[in-house]
Write a protein that binds this ligand. Structure first.
Ligand code: FAQ
Length: 334
């Protein structure tokens, strides 16, 4: 059920203390914060940071799979891949719009991305070397994204939570198309099976890194949980992903590259090995195999699109001034 904010407008509450108490009470009642509501600066900043990083991930995340659109093995696979990559662009747009409601415009956020001042998910700094990677990204990367994002549908910031509902529905379709592609390849030749296994070997550990640093090294988790932005810690979601994925790997017939992976009946979870956190830090810090390439591509696309943005702005300004076109200024003047 959709929950709407019951916050009074800012002018109904007069002191900063009252506003802050009202904000805390809204969070405590598990109600949503909406753009018109007062919020602490730290909350606004955290939301902008997380939403911007998420939006950038969707946009940069188009590149590794987009790399294979021209080389898809059949018309059917090409149509599916095209649609998936377009969906990622759509997710980026919803998310930039959600950030806009907090006062952070898309142009400014894009500038932050292409000048390396904002992050995007580490996973997209790894290369896609075979068509099996398209399936493995769907299965593992979209699978991890869903695991992380389903709880975000209950995130305390309304526009983000609502964007997440639609995004999760599409991600779950992406995950299934990836798994279906891998099932098909596993029923194929020995060469195809080897291609799938080799891809799983490369993507398993980076997929676990998507959930972020371990809880004891995650500076934002505690605050974000208290504000209802995050609903689970990084380690909880990583464990949930492992538990969900191991049986799927068994059905598929692939081996996950972790000798430490085994069922622990006492915990009721799979134990798994230690992620290489030095690699994670290096990739997030810019030294991953494809960081420079991804940003250079994004920067070039932004420059190539400059004339389109200029034309769109000129068109919007013209409409704005032209009463026949029903522009905003014309409406106001009527
Ligand atoms: N990569 O204190 P924490 C997708 C940063 S969408 C890079 O734990 P937090 C769809 C973190 O931002 C994938 N940086 O931070 C798709 C923070 O940065 P700061 C993206 C990372 O925010 C599929 C610092 O490290 N999903 O895949 C990573 O509480 C297929 C300290 O970390 C989202 O963005 C990382 N893996 O928790 C598209 C979901 N992990 O403070 C195409 C929403 C952490 O220095 C194809 N985001 N950092 O600026 C979240 O749930 C959270 O932001 C976490 C991190 C869980 C990612």
């Amino acid at each position: 059920m959709e929950r709407h904010s019951e916050n009074p407008s800012t002018d109904q509450l007069d002191s900063e203390n009252e506003l802050s108490e009202h904000f805390e009470a809204t969070i405590a009642r598990d109600r949503r914060i909406e753009p018109r509501d007062w919020m602490p600066e730290g909350y606004r900043k955290t939301m902008i940071r997380q939403i911007a990083q998420h939006a950038h991930s969707e946009i940069i995340g188009m590149q590794p799979e987009g790399n294979w659109i021209t080389r898809a093995p059949s018309l059917r696979r090409k149509a599916i891949l095209l649609a998936k990559v377009q969906d990622e662009a759509g997710h980026g747009m919803y998310l930039y719009s959600a950030a806009e409601t907090l006062g952070a415009g898309r142009a400014g956020l894009t500038r932050m991305l292409i000048t390396g001042r904002q992050k995007y998910s580490s996973i997209f700094n790894y290369p896609t070397l075979s068509y099996a990677d398209v399936g493995v990204i769907g299965w593992l990367v979209d699978g991890a994204a869903i695991c992380n994002q389903v709880p975000l549908c209950r995130s305390s910031y309304g526009p983000y939570a609502r964007a997440m509902v639609r995004i999760c529905k599409e991600e779950s379709f992406h995950q299934r198309q990836g798994y279906e592609l891998l099932l098909t390849m596993m029923r194929g030749t020995a060469g195809q099976r080897a291609m799938v296994q080799e891809s799983v070997d490369r993507f398993w550990w980076p997929s676990l890194m998507m959930f972020g640093p371990p809880d004891d090294q995650s500076p934002n988790t505690e605050r974000s949980m208290a504000w209802g932005i995050k609903r689970h810690t990084n380690d909880e979601l990583r464990q949930r992903f492992v538990d969900m994925t191991v049986p799927q790997a068994g059905k598929l017939g692939v081996t996950l590259p972790d000798p430490g992976l085994r069922w622990n009946a006492d915990r009721g979870h799979y134990d798994f090995g230690e992620v290489d956190w030095a690699e994670f830090r290096a990739v997030v810090g810019g030294a991953g195999p494809c960081n420079a390439e991804r940003i250079a591509r994004r920067r070039a696309a932004h420059q190539e699109g400059e004339w389109v943005r200029e034309a769109a702005m000129a068109h919007a300004a013209k409409n704005h001034d032209d009463p026949e076109r029903g522009g905003a200024a014309a409406e106001a003047a009527r």
